[in-house]
Design a protein. Structure first.
Ligand code: COA
Length: 325
């Protein structure tokens, strides 16, 4: 029995941070941000909003659309790099709020590839019969870890959550190929050194903004294109398809130029590559499930379509998943 994505949902904060707003905070311009990243605005959580609130709303929408009862969910995997708190996991906090009393809740920590990490984990659990129904969530409030004096990172990241309910589907449908990878040697391409046991939680570390994201954007760009294009080709060939068979490619929404470069390497036309980066920015692990839900809701993806998802992120991590809806 294959595992398939039965339904999706998403949610994001009401607050919007436009490029014009950022022009007032750092030395940047709408023109620079638009041409270098494709981003026009991003969602930003209010001070009293936190990750699991968006995750819970996205999850409830996905579960409602699946037609299942919340008691049917046997595992909740929340992909996040910006949890509500260090303990317990955001997966457990989501479980409490939605009332998934028959589930195990946990987090995966794989930055922007986290949603595909979660999908890959639960795919084998469903296929082998260990669980029947799973909830995979990607949820982030990245803007609370952004240094708003660092113009190379603060223009990129936004907040939001997306969720998917997975379960058994008939043969020939569902997840046809999925793979996750990482290379820790690239640790310092995107990292936040503070907040953990290495540096300690000290006043000095907080004053130095050690908990905020640091990025070597230029180097990351090249690894991102190479890894996403490579794993996408591998997933297609593993499942016996070519890019012509694919209805929609959903790449992690990191930067429009990265998306364009991956599309060009895959030789896939622009109209088959989904992009919402102009409105959402980079929402890390939430970007693919938000995009997927938008595609399903708008009818860009319908039953029978072959969809290729690919992501990369800090770690560095990357992944690819090919699904027949
Ligand atoms: N506004 C204006 N100028 C900016 C700027 C901003 N927001 N951010 C950086 N710059 C400047 C730099 O200081 C640099 O100036 P200099 O030449 O005087 O030193 C110049 O723009 C070029 O910087 P560079 O880093 O080479 O730009 P870039 O074309 O690589 O674009 C990124 C920067 C971050 C947009 C791009 O590298 C990128 O998107 N990388 C991938 C990042 C990513 O996807 N991260 C998430 C991973 S999941």
């Amino acid at each position: 029995m294959n595992a398939g994505i039965l339904s999706t949902g998403h949610d994001y904060p009401e607050g919007i941070l436009t490029n014009a707003d950022l022009e007032k905070i750092v030395e940047t311009s709408d023109e620079w941000i638009t041409t270098r990243t494709g981003i026009k605005q991003r969602r930003k959580a209010a001070d009293n909003e936190y990750t699991s609130q968006f995750a819970v709303r996205a999850s409830e929408r996905a579960i409602e659309k699946s037609g299942l009862s919340v008691e049917d969910i046997e595992i909740i995997v929340c992909a996040t790099t910006t949890p509500d708190q260090i303990l317990p996991s955001t997966g457990c906090l989501i479980q409490k709020e939605i009332g998934a009393v028959n589930a195990a809740g946990m987090d995966v920590f794989a930055a922007c590839s986290g949603f595909l990490y979660g999908i890959t984990m639960v795919e084998s659990m469903i296929r082998t019969g260990q669980v029947k129904h799973a909830l995979v969530v990607g949820a982030e409030v990245l803007t609370k870890y952004v240094d708003y004096s660092d113009r190379s990172t603060c223009v990129i990241f936004g907040d939001g959550a997306g969720a998917a309910v997975l379960g058994p589907v008939e043969d020939g449908k569902g997840i046809l190929a999925t793979k996750i990878m990482s290379d820790g040697r690239y640790e310092e391409q995107l990292f936040a050194p503070g907040g953990g046991t290495k540096m300690g939680i000290t006043h000095q570390a907080i004053d130095e903004k050690a908990h905020c994201f640091k990025m070597r954007g230029n180097e990351l760009f090249k690894v991102a294109v190479r890894s996403m294009a490579g794993i996408s080709k591998e997933m297609l060939s593993k499942a016996g398809y070519t890019v012509d068979d694919v209805k929609m490619v959903i790449p992690h929404q990191a930067n429009q130029r990265i998306t364009d470069a991956v599309a060009s390497r895959l030789k896939v036309p622009d109209e088959k590559v989904y992009s919402n980066i102009a409105e959402h920015g980079n929402t890390s692990s939430a970007s693919i499930p938000i995009a997927l839900d938008e595609c399903l809701e708008s009818g860009k993806i319908v039953e029978g379509d072959l969809v290729l998802m690919t992501a990369f992120g800090g770690g560095v991590t990357w992944g690819g998943t090919l699904v027949r809806f």
